[in-house]
Design a protein around this ligand. Structure first.
Ligand code: SIN
Length: 352
């Protein structure tokens, strides 16, 4: 058995270890917006018939006493919504609040608790519009706080741990979920019920968090946060998503154009291929000044420009590896920033 020499009576010249002043814990702001992580059901075995967003942020923090060993946490209730009802005014409020906290010298990092249903959209929106290098980490839960084996408390502890880590600075907006750290651009919800519901298809997670340790294995390559020209403003151009499928009609596209949308993202089949009827309606939409972006409903992979449709000839834009919902976020921001025409918009999709 090894005996530490510093405490051994057989080493008369041993010197006491120097006392190291404990560093103050990082100061983390937790912004709560609702979701299943703040959900409650009538009993602990109910994991589907609950109400999301009914518990306040104080309840979420009280469930995780270990937070006090990781960070000095301050909490704000930004909203209490089921994230299926996320809307652009709340995105504006959230992004603006995060930008204020980014500039506040008394805060080191930010955690956002959110519903899982639209988390990937909010995360990407923040990734493109937050300004500053402090970590911004979204987290959520698949089971309500009232459930047996609720996943929210550990996800919250891990999110605060990631936000408190110096390694997370400058990595853009992150999602900490089920021990993994994902890039906001890549992450998508891939299961309606599984606790491991979030994946980054094709590219994988950025890293992991477990038992207080944070490790990144790669960094995002695409421009984000300070490196984008996007700012959160008052205007949200109207952009909608349509889906291509067997026997589809042009009714939805024509109605959207008549309603005055600025952009349409089409969730195409396969490599962004589009039913001929919808494709003709989209060509007509382009001729009326509507931006059309081709994405895929498949769930992973990318859409090749000039692949399944001739984007150059039709005036379309390829979404690349963004799914239709993230493509909608980028199209709104690009249009709001004054981007017009397929060449300028394609540049935005190739950059972000
Ligand atoms: C929501 O998205 O707010 C409800 C579903 C969830 O958080 O898992």
């Amino acid at each position: 058995m090894n005996t530490p020499t510093s405490s051994s009576p057989s080493t008369p010249d041993a010197v006491p270890a120097p006392s190291v002043a404990a560093l103050p814990l990082p100061r983390i702001a937790v912004l709560a917006t609702g979701g299943t992580i703040a959900g409650a059901a009538p009993d602990a075995t109910n994991t589907s018939g609950y109400q999301a967003g009914v518990l306040g942020v104080g309840h979420l923090l009280d469930a995780v006493p270990a937070l006090s060993g990781v960070a000095q946490v301050q909490a704000e209730q930004i909203a209490s919504v089921d994230s299926k009802d996320m809307a652009m005014p709340l995105w504006t409020t959230l992004a603006q609040r995060i930008n204020v906290l980014q500039a506040d010298p008394s805060i080191d990092g930010i955690v956002v608790t959110h519903g899982t249903d639209t988390l990937e959209e909010t995360a990407y929106l923040l990734h493109l519009t937050v300004k500053g290098a402090k970590p911004v980490v979204l987290t959520a839960a698949m089971r309500p706080a009232s459930a047996l084996s609720a996943d929210g408390p550990l996800n919250l502890l891990n999110a605060v741990t990631v936000a408190a880590s110096a390694a997370s600075r400058g990595q853009g907006v992150l999602v900490a979920f089920n021990n993994r750290i994902h890039c906001a651009r890549d992450v998508v919800k891939t299961s309606t019920y599984a606790v491991d519901a979030f994946q980054s298809p094709e590219v994988g997670a950025l890293g992991w968090v477990q038992d207080g340790r944070v490790e990144f294995q790669r960094s995002p390559l695409r421009a984000h946060t300070d490196a984008t020209g996007f700012v959160i403003g008052a205007s949200w151009p109207s952009v909608e998503v349509v889906v291509s499928y067997a026997g589809a009609s042009r009714v939805a596209v024509d109605a959207l154009v008549a309603a005055g949308v600025r952009g349409i993202v089409v969730a195409g089949t396969g490599n962004g291929s589009i039913h001929a009827t919808i494709q003709q309606a989209l060509v007509d939409a382009v001729s009326q000044g509507v931006a059309v972006v081709r994405a895929s409903r498949v769930g992973s992979g990318h859409v090749m420009r000039n692949g399944a449709a001739s984007d150059d000839a039709l005036g379309f834009v390829s979404a690349g590896s963004l799914n239709p919902y993230k493509a909608r976020v980028l199209l709104m921001l690009a249009l709001a920033a004054g981007g017009t025409g397929p060449v300028a918009l394609q540049k935005a999709f190739d950059t972000y």
